[in-house]
Design a protein around this ligand. Structure first.
Ligand code: AMP
Ligand code: ZN
Length: 481
């Protein structure tokens, strides 16, 4: 490990904070359950995406970018997708309608999480690309006595696995079937779950030894993770609600099919997000999608920069419950703006791949303690304001490390500033900036200053930012407060 900072992570499997020791430091492997693509991702769905993006960045820093494999799947087989396809495209053949729903939703998801500054995972398998692998794994489970066929379904036999329930610490006796599985009399035990079920004529289906059908949800992740990461890997992540039944059942399938004791060494779960102190739900009218925040004026009558959303999600440590509020969004945006101004004044930009400040990294390796890491950034900002350029540089580097693109905040703020409503003024300012640039190129500093003062008298403040890489100066402007 090039960096000597010790990463500690809270493992749901042991309920303790443990030293992270990968199986192979040359290939640290992480799988995170991705979206089921039938509707816009909501702000709660964004939490695991951002949290595990930050962990991915931290792992890449600690082990080297070429030594980490991050897989996040797309679930594109699900009965909710079928229902949505029938609703939205009633005149199309079902398979065509499903393809439209999944493509549109996946595209929207990618655009949303990109706006939140998330890197793409190394692999993003789709369930429909892995049906053959699922059939193979189900076959193995049947032949090893861990699954049975009954009433048009293949079910996992939970009683066949003595260790079943280890992750969620539920006893077989008090296990209730998960929300996505109907409790039926044909099951040997109520917790037995669907591996494969038959499809009717127009439902999506694939030929299998058990007839034309489709896979259950859990088997998808067991197969896609093994395909890219092997039967046992380092980290498996997702939201708290996935511990049971989804992750419990992934473990059951994978361990029984591969004959391993473990599926993943470290199971990480993010806490739940609420909105303005209440559980988010469509019926309460407080259901917020990323699309609502980024592209509509539904929240607070305005659009929000993706970076402000990212910062709100990181102001709370990932395992804690998070209250998402409009006030927090405003604060996050204001903070990023302030930091951006400070860095512009100090004339620093982030250096790619820089080693971040020790205190900052210490907070990050302590189970991703982002609130503590952000407190370090406040300290750096204070020192930078006092004229310490090294602190300004450290602030810029740490922000980049966390995936913040300050130019994005600047663009969003500029787009939202009052003067933007006055296109004539904006055009005039832009023209004067161009004139000033020409004057500067001709080294006519007097003329350049005259234009700056002229605009200042009208309440327009210019700000020059030098791009370190290209040496080019970019000028932005805003109305004086
Ligand atoms: P789903 O599409 O429901 O399977 O959820 C996708 C991911 O979002 C899973 O990792 C969930 O655990 C997570 N998730 C869903 N709702 C919330 C929430 N309110 N807060 C935090 N994470 C959530
Ligand atoms: Zn999964």
């Amino acid at each position: 490990m090039p960096s000597d900072h010790r990463l500690k992570l809270t493992n749901t499997l042991t309920r303790t904070k443990e030293d992270f020791v990968p199986e192979d430091a040359n290939n640290v492997r992480m799988y995170v359950c991705g979206p089921t693509v039938y509707d816009y991702a909501h702000i709660g769905n964004a939490r695991p995406v951002v949290v595990f993006d930050v962990l991915n960045r931290l792992l890449r820093h600690l082990y080297g970018a070429d030594h980490v494999t991050y897989v996040r799947n797309i679930t594109d087989v699900d009965d909710k997708i079928n229902a949505r396809a029938l609703r939205d495209y009633p005149s199309l053949a079902l398979n065509e309608a499903i393809a439209r729903v999944t493509q549109k939703t996946a595209d929207q998801f990618h655009a949303d999480v990109k706006a939140l500054g998330c890197m793409e995972p190394d692999f993003e398998p789709r369930a429909t690309q892995h049906i053959a692998g699922m059939i193979e794994m189900i076959n193995t489970l049947i032949s090893r006595g861990h699954a049975y066929q009954v009433a048009g379904e293949v079910l996992f036999d939970t009683a066949s696995m003595p260790a079943y329930g280890e992750l969620s610490r539920r006893n077989l006796e008090d296990q209730k079937a998960g929300a996505r599985v109907a409790v039926d009399a044909h099951k040997k035990s109520p917790g037995d779950f669907v591996l494969w079920k038959l499809s009717s004529g127009d439902e999506p289906g694939w030929d299998s030894p058990w007839g034309r059908g489709r896979p259950g949800w859990h088997i998808e992740c067991s197969v896609m993770s093994a395909h890219h990461l092997g039967p046992v890997f380092d980290i498996h992540g997702g939201g708290l609600d996935l511990i049971f039944p989804h992750h419990e059942n992934e473990i059951a399938q994978s361990c029984c099919a591969h004959g391993t004791k473990l599926m993943a060494h470290y199971w990480l779960h993010n806490g739940f997000l609420q909105v303005e102190g209440e559980k988010m739900s469509k019926s309460l009218g407080n259901f917020i999608t990323l699309h609502d925040l980024l592209e509509t004026e539904k929240v607070g009558g305005r659009k929000w920069p993706g970076m402000a959303i990212r910062l709100v999600l990181l102001m709370t440590q990932y395992r804690q419950p998070l209250d998402f509020t409009e006030k927090a969004l405003e604060e996050a945006e204001g903070l990023l703006e302030k930091w951006d101004d400070l860095l512009a004044r100090a004339g620093v930009t982030a250096t790619a791949g820089a080693e971040p400040a020790t205190e900052f990294l210490e907070a990050m390796v302590d189970d991703l303690n982002t609130p503590r890491a952000l407190a370090v950034l406040h300290g750096l900002a204070r020192a930078a304001r006092g004229g310490d350029t090294a602190s300004a540089q450290a602030l810029a580097d740490a922000l980049a490390f966390l995936g913040f693109d300050l130019a994005d905040v600047r663009r969003a703020v500029d787009a939202g500033r009052p003067a933007a409503a006055d296109p004539a003024l904006a055009a005039r300012v832009d023209a004067l900036i161009a004139e000033r640039n020409a004057a500067r190129e001709a080294k006519d500093w007097g003329e350049a200053d005259r234009i700056r003062d002229l605009l200042a008298a009208e309440g327009v403040v210019l700000k020059d930012t030098k791009d370190k890489a290209t040496g080019l100066v970019e000028t932005s402007w805003e109305m004086a407060q």
